[in-house]
Design a protein around this ligand. Structure first.
Ligand code: F6P
Length: 324
């Protein structure tokens, strides 16, 4: 392998820049060429490439977003799209790539490898923390810190007005952001897709909470929650069935994807970038770099995309105890 392409794909996450920097600098250190591929698979199909050296990634370790841009690309899902992408890579003499992204991006990389026997390596970058094979994905730590910071602020106003707030957080089909940020911010209830407690139980818990002397409450709702009502419908439902509460809603949205990465995400991304390039040069392919018990590990991408990581049952218990 003489030339490695690197790109970010799917939803961006804080720390992706730190990972790009690490891949580029590891290539420079090992004296192989590195090429930045812009706009993920879309840019690969268009041949939107730029050579990168150690200096092209100055001062980005601390920046949110991704300097290489990102996209969700429909065309790459088709064999024709992947063929075009392969031709562009061949033309640019790129002979392996590192994809920084989530499940969808990895599935695309795997299909590409199977069709063209092209060496690939994955780095998990998503705020959702939903990738099997890594206890942490790049961006998750920053996102939960952002959410905690915002909920602290919401709590100030909730408390001043004795209000109940439903706060919707991201996470796609999993509740990692909701559960971790919820425990960290001391939420009164946390609704996650992995555990549907039902509307009755929510009403009971809110009644109990009021009775126990709490004047304001924060309920974190994961966007993928299965309670059957979105945050606005939940507000209406509670107002109708429990008129003791003055209810407000806050949907945090894409602010959870932005911001300077935390030190944890920067270090994680730096470590994963080194491991990804070194693994490719050792002749490995079709793996995703992950972290487990502080050690970096490699998991076949085919395994990594099979299922979502489960939420921590012990943390659910802690949350239950803390909300008494
Ligand atoms: O996967 C990251 C994520 O932010 C999810 O939490 C969310 O469901 C989704 O992406 C939003 O996607 P988009 O930015 O395309 O609206």
């Amino acid at each position: 392998i003489k030339k490695i392409g690197v790109f970010t794909s799917g939803g961006d996450s804080p720390g992706m820049n730190s990972a790009i920097r690490s891949v580029v600098r590891t290539c420079a250190y090992l004296k192989i060429e590195c090429v930045g591929i812009y706009r993920g698979y879309e840019g690969m199909i268009d041949g939107d490439f730029k050579p990168m050296d150690a200096r092209s990634v100055n001062n980005i370790i601390n920046k949110g977003g991704t300097i290489l841009k990102s996209a969700r690309c429909e065309e790459f899902r088709t064999p024709e799209g992947r063929k075009k992408a392969h031709e562009q890579l061949k033309k640019a003499k790129i002979d392996a790539f590192v994809v920084i992204g989530g499940n969808g991006s990895f599935a695309g990389a795997l299909a590409f490898n199977e069709e063209f026997n092209f060496p690939i390596m994955g780095i998990p970058g998503t705020i959702d923390n939903d990738i099997l094979g890594s206890s942490y994905t790049i961006g998750f730590d920053t996102a939960i810190n952002t959410v905690v910071d915002v909920i602290d602020k919401i709590r100030d106003t909730a408390s001043s007005h004795n209000r109940l707030f439903f706060v919707e957080v991201m996470g796609r089909d999993v509740g990692h952001i909701a559960l971790n940020a919820g425990v960290g911010a001391g939420a009164e209830e946390i609704l996650i897709p992995e555990q549907n407690l039902g509307l009755e139980r929510l009403l009971d818990s809110l009644k109990r909470s009021k009775k126990s002397g709490k004047s304001s409450s924060i309920v974190i709702v994961a966007e993928g929650d299965k309670i059957g009502k979105n945050v606005f419908e939940l507000k209406e439902y509670v107002e109708e069935h429990l008129p003791i509460y003055d209810v407000r809603v806050s949907v945090l949205g894409h602010m959870q994807r932005g911001g300077n990465p935390t030190c944890f995400d920067r270090v994680l991304a730096s470590r994963m970038g080194v491991k990804a390039v070194e693994s490719l040069l050792e002749g490995k392919s079709n793996y995703m770099v992950g972290i487990r018990d502080t050690k970096l590990i490699l998991t076949p991408i085919s395994e990594a995309i099979k299922a979502h990581t489960e939420v921590d049952k012990e943390l659910i218990r802690v949350s239950d105890i803390m909300t008494t």
